[in-house]
Design a protein around this ligand. Structure first.
Ligand SMILES: *Cc1c(COP(=O)(O)O)cnc(C)c1O
Length: 501
């Protein structure tokens, strides 16, 4: 018989140890690996390093001027067999400063306006440090009771702050968890929905399951659908339009698509709606923003994008946790994993059954610290300040007749483009013109740094405000750079045009 087409070896790291060390050294060895005084000394260095990094953030180019391979060429191809003789940590930190920092995109720069922000705070970073230091693995309640319970508390806190319906909270019979990313959140909820449906209609009908999103939905959903075994042909992307719906999902078009699938014997399974799409922050019509969310089965939000919780922190809530655990739960006989005597007779949450992974991070600590130290109103102030700055940027775009705002601004993202003058080809050359403009805006490392979207065939620049350090002056400066680059670009085209004419 032919072997399977792919064979994978899974190890736990033990393969990295080819020889047995003499026993005598082990105590000394162990102390060295987690030496309290060493930790204090190096920890202070790292804290100082990060503090200096923040202090100097304005002076860093937002994105590096490097070509692929630049770092790999500078580093040895093999790990050192033994630590460097003097101070290996100091030597490595010097490399961080000299080799690595210059090759980073500085997402915390106040002039980083690309993608969406990687929201950071002092408390968020220290929460990460604390979680790393404790390094517990709360896969079951018993494996770290306080970590599990803090997670339950903090997802309810955040859910209440977001005005989620009680039914999604532990307090109301639902519940939530903290995962790494939206991709994971969508995958877990999709798998739960899939298994519930297959239990009803029979496992052999996986091929009939159909999932729905809009053409603006993040690829995270398509990826999750593929991982969950949904046929590519059964992923429906409902087309959106700029004019009527500002790129929001149309309920009428969705309904027609679902009806057509049902009539053909397929099974509508899952709809992924978005509040704030990635390209233009369009809002699918739940009603006003998240009103209407009572009707959903699950809801997720990336606290690492706007809520000061450093990477990674995606909260997801579900109405029926039992559907998640039915799909993702694993049995274990080991009594102590089940919580031993303490858990007997209690219905404890074992978070390993809510997601893909077994080992998981103590993310709750970070989010809890952020909520305690900033308060819900503090987070709202941050969001409001960013939205105000986005409104300032938008009004500057609107005040310059050479530009247009392309998509309705809902939050702190402004999608805009340079109008292409008729004599340069008008709409036909608009995309190319704006692509060149973005290149020129981003050409100076000193910033700003923006990204782009292409929606309905229209290429646009995206200015996403949300870096913790961004102030209104950075936003005004960014606009001046855009205007300046646009002026020189138009001037150059004028010259080319007159030569050709
Ligand atoms: C950022 C984003 C995602 C992907 O998030 P990850 O956490 O990186 O998986 C998905 N959907 C929307 C709307 C996003 O903005």
């Amino acid at each position: 018989m032919a072997p399977p087409s792919h064979c994978h070896v899974n190890t736990n790291g033990a393969t990295a140890v080819p020889v047995v060390e003499p026993e005598a050294d082990t105590a000394q060895h162990a102390r060295k690996m987690l030496d309290p005084e060493e930790f204090r000394r190096l920890g202070h260095q790292v804290v100082d390093f990060i503090a200096d990094y923040y202090a100097k953030m304005e002076t860093y180019p937002v994105h590096p001027d490097v070509t692929p391979g630049f770092l790999r060429r500078q580093l040895p191809a093999e790990a050192p067999s033994r630590p460097e003789p003097d101070d290996a940590f100091a030597a490595a930190m010097k490399d961080v400063h000299d080799l690595i920092l210059p090759g980073l995109t500085h997402w915390q720069s106040p002039r980083h306006f690309a993608h969406f922000p990687a929201s950071s705070s002092t408390v968020g970073a220290l929460g990460e440090a604390l979680a790393a230091g404790l390094n517990v693995v709360p896969f079951t309640w018993a494996a770290s009771p306080a970590a599990t319970e803090l997670e339950m508390v903090v997802v309810d806190w955040l859910g209440k702050a977001l005005h989620l319906p009680e039914t999604l909270l532990f307090a109301g019979g639902g519940g939530g968890t903290l995962l790494g990313t939206s991709c994971e959140a969508i995958l877990c909820t999709l798998v739960a929905a899939r298994d519930r449906k297959l239990a009803e209609i029979g496992e052999h009908r996986t091929g009939d399951l159909v999932v729905y999103c809009s053409d603006q939905t993040h690829f995270a959903f398509r990826k999750a659908a593929r991982v969950a075994g949904i046929r590519t042909a059964n992923i429906r992307e409902v087309a959106t339009r700029r004019d009527d719906d500002a790129f929001a999902l149309s309920p009428a078009v969705l309904e027609a698509a679902m009806r057509a699938d049902a009539d053909a014997g397929r099974v509508p399974l899952f709809l992924c709606a978005t509040v704030g799409t990635t390209q233009t922050t369009a809002v699918d019509p739940l009603r006003h923003l998240a009103d209407g969310v009572e009707a959903v089965d699950s809801f997720s939000v990336n606290a690492h994008k706007w809520l000061l919780a450093n990477n990674d922190c995606c909260a997801v809530w579900v109405k029926r946790p039992s559907l998640l655990t039915a799909a993702l739960g694993t049995d274990h006989d080991e009594y102590i994993l089940k919580g031993g005597a303490a858990a007997e007779g209690h219905d404890v949450v074992d978070y390993k059954d809510w997601s893909v992974t077994l080992t998981r991070r103590f993310r709750a600590l970070k989010l809890w610290l952020v909520l305690r130290c900033h308060g819900v109103e503090g987070l709202r102030d941050v969001v409001r300040a960013h939205i105000r700055m986005a409104a300032v940027f938008e009004s500057m775009v609107k005040a310059d007749a050479r530009f247009e705002v392309v998509a309705k601004r809902r939050f702190a993202l402004v999608c805009f483009r340079l109008r292409s003058p008729e004599r340069f080809g008008g709409e036909k050359t608009a995309n190319e013109l704006n692509r060149t403009l973005l290149d020129r805006v981003n050409a100076t490392g000193s910033g700003p740094y923006m990204s782009s979207a292409k929606v309905g065939g229209v290429y646009m620049l995206r200015c996403a405000i949300g870096s913790t350090l961004t102030e209104e002056r950075h936003v005004r400066d960014a606009w001046k750079v855009v205007q300046d680059r646009a002026a020189s670009l138009l001037r150059k085209m004028e010259i080319i045009n007159s030569v050709l004419a």
